[in-house]
Design a protein around this ligand. Structure first.
Ligand SMILES: C[S@@+](CC[C@H](N)C(=O)[O-])C[C@H]1O[C@@H](n2cnc3c(N)ncnc32)[C@H](O)[C@@H]1O
Length: 171
């Protein structure tokens, strides 16, 4: 087969997968827009978070925050219900050799057990955050930290604000 033909098939395949992904996100009303990792480094210094940390990105998108957390030395989990983003995240984690520290669960985060986490991160619309807040704050350990990017939980007051991050301590 000619190289040109293979390229056309590949492009078509990518377009079809992307089309399915768009329809899926549209039906679930959960668009993917990624966080920047650089300001998170400043946040870590500010919060003085070090050591053997169990981290979770709730709604992990393409997995970049999970990979960032794994590179900090955290045990990093992500939960993502979009199968295309899950496949992509898992592939990059494997390619970058981070499988010993980073893991993606393909499920709805409202069905996840949060009891082992010290640090949770969310960057999603408030209505989606609110749908998990009771479960999250009752399951996470006392003293653990929940950070939201840009959006706040509508029924909770943040303990601290650092730039665009809202910081909540589990009491
Ligand atoms: C704005 S993106 C953020 C991605 C990533 N956390 C980041 O900061 O780069 C939100 C992600 O949450 C996912 N999401 C929304 N609701 C979800 C749910 N109930 N269960 C699992 N994933 C969900 C969406 O599919 C989307 O990929």
């Amino acid at each position: 087969m000619e190289i040109g033909l293979i390229a056309v098939f590949l492009c078509e395949g990518i377009l079809i997968i992307f089309g399915f992904y768009l329809i899926w996100s549209w039906i679930n009303q959960t668009p993917f827009y990624p966080s920047k990792t650089k300001p998170l480094n400043d946040l870590l210094k500010e919060l003085n978070i070090t050591g053997n940390i169990n981290f979770i990105d709730i709604g992990s998108g393409d997995g970049r925050i999970v990979r960032w957390a794994a590179k900090q030395g955290f045990n990093a989990d992500g939960i993502e219900f979009n199968p295309f983003l899950t496949l992509y995240s898992r592939s990059v984690i494997t390619l970058k050799g981070l499988r010993n520290r980073a893991k993606i669960f393909n499920k709805d985060f409202r069905n996840h057990d949060f009891s082992k986490y010290d640090f949770a991160y969310l960057y999603i619309f408030p209505e989606h955050m609110d749908s998990v807040s009771n479960k999250l704050f009752s399951e996470m350990k006392k003293g653990s930290v929940v950070v939201t990017n840009t959006f706040k939980f509508t029924k909770l007051t943040p303990d601290r604000i650092f730039g665009k991050y809202y910081i909540y301590y589990v009491k």
